[in-house]
Design a protein around this ligand. Structure first.
Ligand SMILES: Cc1cc2nc3c(=O)[nH]c(=O)nc-3n(C[C@H](O)[C@H](O)[C@H](O)COP(=O)(O)OP(=O)(O)OC[C@H]3O[C@@H](n4cnc5c(N)ncnc54)[C@H](O)[C@@H]3O)c2cc1C
Length: 156
């Protein structure tokens, strides 16, 4: 079960004045209360509710407002990180996006090729290559031959 309260007016309020608290009866006890219905709070609330938890999601603005970090027409998701703990999380998030799309019937994810570029001896780039291999991510390494990227080398 997931309850969500959002305020459309921006104002200072105390717990006792909070509209959400007024509409919630005193015997309403939640397993999980999340403050902030951005992508992080919304996904956390969704997953907790799917686990059968009674969840309260509180948002200071209206839902789908444009005042947080999550708004906007597009975001990129990439697995090419030099830190080794990122790719497994990105692979898991990809699975969750697919699942959310299937459940909602709404497609938001468009998979494209990720292109990372840098000096061949760059340690960060080398770590990315290692991490891709470790996590069985499809990868193609190009050398700096102008034949590979005629458009890019045209700008030198
Ligand atoms: C311009 C821009 C581009 C980005 N591009 C990318 C990208 O391409 N790829 C990528 O992976 N990441 C990108 N990011 C980062 C990513 O968007 C953010 O990390 C992510 O959206 C953060 O989500 P969030 O839910 O933590 O925060 P938010 O979306 O900001 O949500 C926080 C919510 O909490 C609410 N809130 C805060 N305080 C309270 C309170 N006291 N009471 C009630 N509600 C409260 C806020 O109103 C807000 O709705 C980008 C960020 C920005 C700003």
């Amino acid at each position: 079960m997931l309850k969500c309260f959002a305020n459309t007016e921006r104002r200072e309020y105390t717990i006792s004045e909070n509209a959400a608290m007024k509409e919630t009866s005193s015997d309403d006890i939640f397993d999980v209360i999340i403050i902030g219905a951005g992508i992080m709070g919304s996904c956390a609330a969704y997953e907790a509710a799917k686990l059968g938890k009674k969840v309260l999601l509180l948002e200071q603005f209206d839902l789908l407002h444009h005042l947080g970090s999550s708004h906007g027409e597009s975001r990129t998701i990439r697995a090419t990180y030099s830190a080794p703990h990122y790719p497994p999380m990105v692979i898991e998030s990809s699975r969750l996006w697919e699942e959310a799309q299937a459940e909602s019937g709404y497609r938001v994810l468009t998979k494209t090729t990720q292109f990372d570029i840098g000096p061949a001896d760059n340690r960060s780039l080398q770590s990315i290559i290692t991490n891709c291999s470790t996590n069985s991510l499809a990868l193609k390494v190009f050398d700096n031959s102008p034949n590979n990227f005629p458009a890019l080398f045209g700008f030198r």
